[in-house]
Write a protein that binds this ligand. Structure first.
Ligand code: ADP
Ligand code: MG
Length: 237
């Protein structure tokens, strides 16, 4: 479970403008599939980066599995694994398997356990048997799936994907969507950050829409479909 209370974040020391994330209180249950939508600049990335200590709040608190994130960042990063808008920002190794192994290696797991996790994570994104391939030779969709595998290899309770469809063509997008569908069915909690709701609403059981740093809408996919016409959720990046 991810819990935020009064979460507030400002970039820099300029207190004249509104904060990037402004007094957000949310509870994200284990196993839920949440779509976090909202226009470009509404604070989505800033919010989720506080779920596992990539950013520290200026006010308020975040806890993961009832433990404050700032008291145990390793536990938070293990429980809440994240992929970034450009998967290349997250890669640390030249080949697929080496990259996916990086997170578990940093947890200090035994080699056998690491190998099992890498194999399981690659199978989950349909990249099995391709561990020795170079990441820079993969298509955008394959890179997106490798990034997801790297997050999955942490054995997270929640997988947070920040704009996983950015730059993907329709077949690659469908491939990532069907992997997310399967992962959600297998019990992994998923948070998909996106300004583009095509197809992903069908997988969600909760929709959050941010606007100017606040959660403007917290609803189910059916109601979201009706209400979203008023909010610029498809604003281009
Ligand atoms: P979203 O992910 O919804 O597009 P962000 O969380 O990236 O929104 O941005 C929220 C606000 O914070 C925007 O006004 C954005 O310009 C600002 N912002 C984001 N990243 C930075 C940064 N590194 N430095 C300063 N301001 C930033
Ligand atoms: Mg963003």
């Amino acid at each position: 479970m991810i819990e935020t209370r009064g979460l507030t974040f400002r970039y820099g020391s300029d207190e004249s403008g509104p904060p990037a994330v402004d007094d957000v209180s949310l509870t994200i249950r284990d196993g839920s599939f949440v779509v976090l939508a909202g226009p470009n600049g509404s604070g989505k990335s800033t919010l989720v980066r506080q779920f596992n200590g990539l950013l520290d709040p200026d006010a308020g608190s975040v806890s993961v599995n009832d433990q404050p994130v700032d008291e145990n960042v390793v536990a938070a990063r293990t429980a809440v694994a994240m992929t970034f808008q450009d998967p290349r920002d997250g890669f640390v190794a030249a080949t697929v398997a080496a990259d996916v192994a990086f997170g578990p290696e940093n947890l200090g797991l035994a080699r056998r356990e690491i190998d099992e996790r890498v194999a399981g994570a690659l199978a989950a994104v349909r990249m099995d048997g391709r561990g020795d391939e170079r990441i820079d030779r993969l298509s955008g969709g394959e890179q997106a799936r490798v990034a997801i595998a790297g997050a999955l290899a942490m054995g997270p309770d929640h997988l947070v994907l920040d704009e996983p469809f950015a730059g993907l063509d329709q077949p690659a997008r469908q491939s990532v969507l069907s992997r997310l569908d399967a992962l959600g069915d297998a019990g992994t909690g998923i948070v998909v950050v996106t300004h583009d709701l095509r197809d992903v609403l069908a997988l969600a059981d909760r929709v959050l829409v941010m606007n100017e740093g606040r959660v403007a809408l917290d609803t189910d996919p059916e109601r979201a479909r009706e209400q979203l016409s008023g909010l610029a959720v498809r604003a281009p990046c």
